[in-house]
Write a protein that binds this ligand. Sequence first.
Ligand code: ADP
Ligand code: ADP
Length: 227
Amino acid sequence: KSLIQLEGLTKVFETEEVETHALSNIHLTIRQGEWVAIVGPSGSGKSTLLAVLGLLDTASRGTYLLDGRSVLELSPSDRALVRNRHIGFIFQSFNLIGDLTVFENVELPLTYRGMPAAERKQRVERALEKVGMAHRARHMPGQLSGGQQQRVAVARAVAGDPLILLADEPTGNLDSKNGEAVMQLLSELHKGGATICMVTHDPAHARVATRTVSLFDGRVVQDEQRR
Ligand code: ADP
Ligand code: ADP
């Protein structure tokens, strides 16, 4: 089943006299269960593509169907609802809230969604167990290593059972050992059925994905399916 369908997606940034085509006429379909690595040189459009996929930004032209639903013409508030309910984000810099506990960080998107407290508790505990961080639920992010913080961020991303996980350089701020552990975690999530779209600079990490989409100058220049 195709989860994401982009047709003729174009994103133009207009600043002062300059027009930048960050994405030019992208056609891309991502099916349920795929693990897609987005690669390409700096400035090729990777962050912009992830931001549009994650409904953090809109496009200038084209269509985006998320699970069959056209999402680009939604109002900003409906877009935020779809994002909160259906998309899980993992960032390079973890983006945990420093004065909330691990538990509260994972719980926050579920609270925004209006989920009852008992269900939130159950989901947070399950997600923290999945990433091996249940024993750190009462800790503050600052008491954890970078690798542990990223595991918590993964728990936050998956706690709401999103349609798709979007990861922007998820190992970019980690040493190689912690980076491998996060890749292993993504691998387990993928085996469990998760659909993942990940920006990476690391060719070894891209090879772990089932498919590599290469961008250059805002265009898809290669799309390699491995299995
Ligand atoms: P990558 O993530 O591959 O490094 P980006 O998606 O960040 O590439 O950027 C693609 C192009 O769009 C670059 O030329 C960049 O300078 C430009 N760009 C990205 N975001 C903005 C913005 N907010 N305003 C203007 N130009 C932007
Ligand atoms: P990455 O590290 O993923 O390549 P960038 O350094 O390209 O990210 O961009 C970091 C942030 O700055 C992004 O949010 C992007 O949208 C924004 N940005 C990139 N290029 C420009 C630009 N020319 N003008 C304004 N904002 C930009």
